[in-house]
Each structure stands twice: as C-alpha cells, then as structure tokens.
Design a protein around this ligand. Sequence first.
Ligand code: NDP
Length: 478
Amino acid sequence: MKKLANYIDGVDFAPISNHYINNFNPSTGDVYSLIPDSDERDVEMAYEAAEKAFETWSKSPSEKRFKILNRIAELIDLKNEELALAESIDQGKPIWLAKTEMTRSAQNFRFFATAAMQFNSESHTMEGHAINYTIKSPIGVVGCISPWNLPLYLFSWKIAPALATGNCVVAKPSEITPMTAYLLGEICNEAGLPKGVLNIVHGLGPKVGNAMVSHPNIKAISFTGGTATGKHIASIAAPMFKKLSLELGGKNPNLIFADCDFNKAVKESVRSSFLNQGEICLCGSRILIERSIYEKFKTAFVAEVQTYTVGNPLLDETKIGAIVSQAHFEKVLSYIELAKQEGGNIICGGTVVKPEGLKNGWYISPTVIENLSYDCRCNQEEIFGPVVTLTPFDTEEEALMMANSTPYGLACSVWTENLTKAHRVAGAIQSGIVWINCWLLRDLRTPFGGMKQSGVGREGGWNAMNFFTEQKNVCVKL
Ligand code: NDP
C-alpha cells in the first residue's frame, strides 16, 4: 500500500515515529494509502529547513518568486487530470468538481505570483515637511493549516501568498485528505522551488497542528477549519503574540424575496446547498423564503434537488459524491435525526444511499427539511453536509433577524430584483461576504472571511499579502 511521506527540505521523509495513519477512500470505505503520523520532531525538522532557507528566499527578487510560483501553476494545470483523480478519491467529491478545483488551485498560485510583482511599499508625505515610507518585509517562518473540504484549493490559497511575500512555510493539510498536498511537493521540486522554502508535514491536528501553533519561532499561523479548533488555536497563539488569520465555520442564509428571478434563485440555491456534498464553508444551509412564494419555491426547489444524482464520484453524471469520512457521515446523520426531534419535516432525502458496487462508501441523499424554528440547533449549528432547511418569513425585518441570529457571519446570498432592497439588506446582514443574485462568484482580489465566530481577519488580494508581512513605517523629517 502506498505510504505518503513528509516533504521537508525538498526531500520525502518518513515520519520520525515511523507510525502511519490509515487513509480512507470515502467512496468505498476502504483504506487505500498510509499517512505519516508525524509529531513535534517532524515539525521541528521542517521548521529548521524553513529557517535555513529563509535568508536566501526572503531576499530573492520578486521576479524569481513570480517565475517559480507561476511555474507551479503551469504544472498544476498540466497535471489537472492526475491531481483531480487523486482529490476525488481522497475526498469523495465528483471528479468534474475536482477538475475545476485543480484549475482554481493553479489560479491561486498564478494570482499571487503576479501579486509578488505588484506588491509595493507605501509612502505618505506630510505637507512638504516630512515623508513616511512603509517597508513590508516577510515575517519569517509561517504556518499554514488547512481543512479537508477543498484540500488543494485551500492549501494553495494560503501557501501561495505566504511564499509570494518571501516567507518560508511549514504547512499541514488535513490528515483526512493529504494526497494532493503530498503531490504538490513533487510539483514544487519540478518548478525549481528552492529546498526548504515549503515544507509539508502530515499527521493529526492535535499533534502536528498543535506543534506548529505552539512552536516559539513559527511567527504567524494562517488557519482554515472549524470554529472550535480556531478557538483552541487562538488560545495558544494569542499569549505568544503570533499573527493569526482564522477562517472558520459558517451557517449561511439565502434570502429569497418574492420579487426575485424565481428560476435562477431556485437553481442557484440548490447548487449552493449541495455543491461538494454541502461541504463548503460558503454553502447556503438556511434558505429563508418570503411567505407569498414559499409553497411555489419549495415545490420547485425539491424538484431541482431530485435531479441531483448521488453516487460514484468518478462518474461524470454524479452530482453528489461521498461524505468525506465515516465520522463526518455519522455527524451529518445525527443532525438529520436531531431535526426530526426538533419537529422538522424531512421533505426530501434524509437517507443513506448505497450505490451499486460501493455499499461500504459513505453516501447521504440531499436532504431538505422544513418546519423548524429559526433558533433550533439544526438552524444554528454548522452541519457541513447535504442538509438544508427551508423557513418562511413575512417581512424584510424578520428575514434579517433570522439571518443574523446565528453565532456565525461568513457568507449569504440575497435574491431580489429590487436594487434598493438588495443594497439595504446587504448593508444590514452580519456577514463578511454578500452575494446578490448569485453565489460563489469569486474575485481573488476581494477580502475573504467572516464576522463573529466565522473568523478573524481577511484573506484574498492585498489582505493576504499584508497578513504575511511585517510593516515598518519610517518617518523622515525634511
Ligand atoms: P478542523 O478544525 O477539524 O481541522 C482543520 C485543520 O486543523 C486540519 O488540518 C486539522 O487537522 C487541524 N487541526 C485540528 N486540531 C488542531 C489543533 N489542536 N491544532 C492545530 N491544528 C489542528 O476542520 P475540518 O477539517 O473538519 O474542516 C471543516 C471546517 O472548516 C468547517 O467548520 C468549515 O466551515 C471550515 N471551513 C472554513 C472555511 C472558511 O474559509 N471560513 C473554508 C473551508 C472550511 P486534522 O484534520 O488532521 O485533524
């Protein structure tokens, strides 16, 4: 069985413990590879390699960083099929979606490669008697920790700006989906990334992630994952005065007003609920619908959901693949049970699916629930699976009250043809990202992140580049 290795100082290393963790294929439920069960000793090795590489990399011309990161992007594009297959097998997502994500991972590298060429210092003059200039320097060795839902996409979203700004990186993918991060090591060598600039340590969050967060010389942590983990990380990093970027959970509302473009709102709301099995932090999981169109919307929504086929992720016609792990599969099912106890009506799905030849895989049919109060647990807690609730509202105020009622504030989508209302609602919604008459339309230059318990800080564009730098202002009296 294939044994994955850590990527340290440009070389594949077995974990020092020589212990491995089973890596499951969620579509079959079988173990298909082994992942290093690394610990703080491997993290230390990775840190030392990064520290050694920092002197040269941090002083390298931006054009060199641009060329190498751009080459990584080209290689990801060239290997799109191979990487997409690896991602689909590892994560359970449909292969067509994995291909799109590989393209977007390449775009992350390309975007931040060009950002390296454009990133500049600022200068402020004080009416002719002084001038300030702000130097932006790389921080040093930084840590990037990413989750299992969009493995290479979110891994590259952090690593690319960290490298573009001249930092050296110790990175950890989720131990549930390590495969494309492992393959990225080979790509970095092929692209000529100097040894030690990027180091990838595989293993469990409480061991490897914890060792990174508590390492005294890893000076910044960029983390994407669950809110509980983010809270734990903050409790370790804050007293050490580390720079911290946290992209956490969400419980995102879609607000459907009666004056929306009905067909588009239905189609996009279904997509926003079930893309990637509902395992995207930006998924709309609470559909709030103006009462006058509630029944019509519900009927059309369920009809659209029923066109979503669940099954083998490697088949092109599959819309919904496998749930990422047995533990997550059980968690999602437990929320469907909870919804029943909370008085919900399952109007579609809610069942375990056993596709032909894949009886031991983890599949759940797309589930639509109504008749739940806006403040019950199923409407307040992140389920992160193919489960969505429908709730009617009577007024804009009530829709906003429900939308803003959760501890999260990551994203929302608003559906109305009334421009004034769209802007008013966008202003009143407590979330870092508002989509009007669309969903998941991403421009990499825009700030990305959440309010409340959905995170701290913003990624994307100059936000990410600034996060990975120390800024020093120099004031010169003329
Ligand atoms: P987790 O918080 O469980 O894990 C995220 C990463 O942190 C993994 O690499 C994990 O390792 C690691 N980790 C776990 N424990 C620790 C620890 N004590 N110290 C340091 N690192 C640790 O999240 P999931 O992987 O379950 O991802 C799903 C969550 O991510 C959802 O809540 C989702 O909303 C959120 N998310 C947020 C996004 C955003 O941009 N706001 C985007 C995508 C997802 P391991 O897996 O090996 O345990």
